[in-house]
Design a protein around this ligand. Structure first.
Ligand SMILES: Nc1ncnc2c1ncn2[C@@H]1O[C@H](COP(=O)(O)OP(=O)(O)OP(=O)(O)O)[C@@H](O)[C@H]1O
Length: 253
């Protein structure tokens, strides 16, 4: 045995299927995320993105298939698996009547950071998200965009191996949306973070990103942007995505 073994991939999803009652939502989904990259999980409304995130985060029990986070199987090693991921949910999840500091310190304590570690990390992250010095401000007083920035900081508190974002720009103004997408790409590029970004907005996908196109609970394409565009015979990702997912209108006609 040598000490040069590669670290495990931040997220491996193996043969996941899921149904709501008799209604199938995901069908035999498998992928591994490339380390230090943003992978966009691109799918139209109802494709199954949120269901997949609910399985990866352990909110739903994964009865068929397996989720492995940073080498820890979610089913058998739940706390180690979940401690390796940071998440920004689609819906706002901060406690409005607490300050930024209180929100973040509470979460840091849950994640096992000491008070001193939490303070240093919070100050550093608030500076990184452009909210330096606002520690004592109540979240209720922040704009929607500022709240989303705080949620990004919270997701990064204990250096997760994997960052998940579920349609994070929902409801944000254009400037915050741009900041968010650039910040997430910088985390992958500069800090080597592995990111899974669920979105239905093609313009949030960078040229260098990996893409998984999900439609009606199935992966219909996966790979780098160029390869997906070429395989669809399209001029760009927008056109490729539309071609791959626009069959409803045709079949319904
Ligand atoms: N609680 C539920 N009960 C029954 N069906 C559900 C439930 N939640 C989702 N579904 C169905 O499962 C499928 C996948 O939904 P899901 O919310 O995962 O898709 P999505 O890609 O996240 O969509 P959106 O972009 O609209 O959030 C859809 O057909 C949806 O109607």
């Amino acid at each position: 045995m040598t000490e040069t073994a590669q670290p495990p991939t931040a997220l491996s999803v193996r043969n996941i299927s899921y149904s709501y009652g008799k209604k199938p939502a995901l069908n035999d989904i498998s992928f591994d995320l490339a380390p230090g990259k943003v992978t966009a999980l691109l799918g139209p409304n109802g494709a199954g993105k949120t269901t997949l995130f609910s399985l990866i985060t352990g909110l739903f029990d994964c009865r068929e298939g397996e989720v492995v986070i940073a080498g820890h199987p979610l089913r058998r090693d739940r706390s180690a698996a979940l401690s390796s991921l940071g998440i920004v949910f689609q819906a706002q999840t901060l406690e409005l009547d607490l300050t930024i500091d209180q929100n973040l310190r509470y979460f840091a304590a849950l994640r096992g950071l000491t008070r001193l570690e939490a303070k240093d990390r919070i100050d550093m992250l608030l500076a990184a998200i452009g909210l330096e010095g606002l520690n004592k401000t109540k979240v209720r007083k922040l704009s929607g965009g500022q709240r989303r920035r705080v949620e990004v900081a919270r997701a990064l508190l204990d250096h997760p191996a994997l960052l998940l974002l579920d349609e994070p720009s929902t409801g944000l103004d254009i400037a915050t949306r741009r900041w968010l997408i650039e910040h997430v790409h910088a985390l992958a590029r500069d800090k080597g973070m592995t990111v899974l970004l669920a979105t239905h907005l093609v313009d949030e996908v960078g040229d260098e990103d990996d893409v998984i196109v999900l439609d009606k609970g199935r992966i219909v394409a996966a790979g780098q942007v160029d390869a997906i565009v070429a395989s669809a015979g399209a001029a760009n990702l927008d056109e490729a995505f539309t071609r791959m997912t626009a069959h409803d209108a045709v079949s319904a006609a």
